[in-house]
Design a protein around this ligand. Structure first.
Ligand SMILES: C/C(=C\CNc1ncnc2c1ncn2[C@@H]1O[C@H](COP(=O)(O)O)[C@@H](O)[C@H]1O)CO
Length: 243
């Protein structure tokens, strides 16, 4: 039977393609659709991990601060994020955010103005907003999953301010990773009881009551209105981790 090998891929019958990979690479007159194919995308995905791992290899202890991209500058949550950024730097943490506007910008501002390492993990979006001006080291990712890996790999804990779908996604991803033992000694602190209490009540009255989560899962989410307490919990976790 006629067959063709392309590295690890075997092709037979109607699946055999004509030409060679080199040919397609070198023949500039050919179609350019191949740059939009999934195998090609894998290389871009790999490149994102290589860029991220390279950029942050020397980062040192860091905490990620999450919160709404829409938090206005005059909001108390903006002030809380800014204080969190500053206080984390005073405790020798680098500060990692999504590099966007709102709460992210505030945390980066606090970290930058305090003279610390202010990191932005940006994401390519249909509307280009770019990294906020307070990011001192940033990478712009194409893929959310590569970016999410960076948040978890380079943070020792999460501080989560009020936010929407993106923030909830980041919060529950961390909670899932802790629940499944993929990350350990990882504090997740929610700041803002007026915003978060309703979610925690729902988790207790609906999820816990129906047995879809355990008490220990709920206990992993620490709620406070005090940014200093949130930062203190990160410091305690670092001490516990080192001893
Ligand atoms: C809404 C606008 C820009 C959005 N730009 C973002 N840049 C970087 N990261 C973002 C952005 N939007 C969401 N994120 C990520 O999700 C979290 C916030 O999402 P939420 O739905 O606003 O809660 C945040 O932590 C980021 O990691 C134009 O103003």
């Amino acid at each position: 039977m006629k067959s063709k090998r392309k590295g690890p891929v075997l092709q037979r019958r109607s699946q055999i393609d004509t030409g060679t990979t080199d040919q397609r690479l070198l023949d500039s007159r050919g179609q350019t659709d191949w740059v939009h194919t999934d195998p090609w995308r894998v290389l871009r995905m790999q490149a994102e991990f290589v860029e991220g791992f390279g950029a942050f290899a020397e980062l040192g202890p860091a905490i990620a601060v999450f919160g709404s991209a829409r938090t206005p500058v005059d909001s108390p949550w903006y002030a809380a994020a800014e204080i969190a950024g500053r206080r984390l730097v005073e405790e020798d943490f680098a500060v990692i955010t999504g590099g966007g506007p709102g709460a992210m910008e505030a945390a980066n501002k606090g970290a930058c103005e305090a003279g610390g390492v202010s990191v932005g993990l940006g994401i390519e979006l249909p509307w280009e907003s770019g990294l906020n001006e307070w990011v001192d080291v940033g990478v712009n990712f194409r893929y959310f999953f590569a970016r999410k890996t960076m948040f978890v790999k380079y943070s020792q804990g999460f501080i989560v301010l009020p936010g929407g779908v993106g923030t909830l996604d980041e919060l529950f991803e961390a909670l899932t990773l802790v629940q499944t033992g993929k990350i350990t000694d990882f504090p997740i602190v929610l700041v803002g009881s007026s915003y978060w209490q309703g979610l925690l009540d729902w988790m207790r009255d609906t999820s816990l009551a129906n047995g879809t989560i355990s008490q220990v899962d709920l206990d992993r989410l620490i709620l406070t209105d005090d940014v200093d307490e949130a930062v203190g919990l990160m410091v305690s976790a670092r001490k516990a981790h080192r001893s």
